[in-house]
Design a binder for this molecule. Structure first.
Ligand code: IMP
Ligand code: MG
Length: 176
C-alpha cells in the first residue's frame, strides 16, 4: 500500500534568508578580503549556494562538485560517489565548500579529502544544516546555518527521491 507523505514546516523562507545573510557576514570575516573559490556541492546545495554567493564580495569564483550518497531512500547507503569535478586550479586559493546537510559526515569527509589534495591555501566548510544525531565522521564544520538532531528534511534544494527541491521552505517529511 502506498504511504501518505506528510510535510511539517521546520524552517520558513524568512528564517532561511536571515540566517544566510548572517552566514555571508561570517564568511566575509574569515576570508579577510582574499579572493575566494566557492564550491557548490550538488545537487542539494544549489539554492543555498545561489543565495549565499549573492551576498559575498568579489573577487569570487564559483565551482560545482557532485557528491551522491543517497539513493531512493531516506537512509545513507554508505558509499559516496563524486562525479562532477572542480576544473580550475585550487593551489594556493582560499576555498569555501558549500553543502546542504552534514548528516553522518561521510560525504563531506570524502569531498574535503579530495579537495585537500588540490592543495588550497585554506579551506572552510559551510553547511546550511548540521544534523547531529548520526555523525560518524567528525568533519570540521566552520559555518553551520542550523543544527537539528534528526528528521528527514526536504525543500530549499533538499530532496526525497529527487522531489521537493523547489519548495521555498524547509519541511520535515513523514510517512503515514
Ligand atoms: P552524510 O554523508 O550522511 O553526511 O550525508 C550527507 C548528504 O545526504 C547530504 O549532502 C544530503 O544531500 C543528504 N541528506 C542527509 N540528510 C538529508 C535530509 O534530511 N534530507 C535530504 N537529504 C539529506
Ligand atoms: Mg548533499
Amino acid at each position: 500500500m502506498q504511504q501518505k507523505e506528510i510535510l511539517d514546516l521546520v524552517i520558513d523562507r524568512t528564517r532561511l534568508a536571515a540566517r544566510v545573510t548572517q552566514l555571508a557576514r561570517e564568511v566575509e570575516i574569515w576570508r579577510k578580503g582574499d579572493p575566494l573559490v566557492a564550491v557548490c556541492i550538488l545537487k542539494g546545495g544549489f539554492l543555498f549556494f545561489a543565495d549565499l554567493v549573492r551576498q559575498l564580495k568579489e573577487p569570487l569564483q564559483v565551482e560545482f562538485m557532485r557528491a551522491a550518497s543517497y539513493g531512493q531512500s531516506t537512509d545513507s547507503c554508505g558509499t559516496v560517489s563524486l562525479s562532477l569535478e572542480v576544473q580550475s586550479d585550487l593551489s594556493d586559493k582560499r576555498v569555501l565548500v558549500v553543502e546542504d546537510i552534514v548528516d553522518t559526515g561521510l560525504s563531506m569527509q570524502v569531498v574535503l579529502d579530495h579537495l585537500r589534495r588540490r592543495q588550497p591555501r585554506d579551506m572552510a566548510l559551510c553547511t546550511l544544516i548540521s544534523k547531529t544525531s548520526r555523525r560518524a565522521s567528525q568533519v570540521p564544520i566552520d559555518f553551520a546555518g542550523f543544527e537539528i538532531s534528526d528528521g528527514f528534511l526536504v525543500g530549499y534544494g533538499l530532496d526525497y527521491a529527487e522531489r521537493y527541491r523547489g519548495l521555498p521552505d524547509i519541511c520535515e517529511l513523514r510517512f503515514e
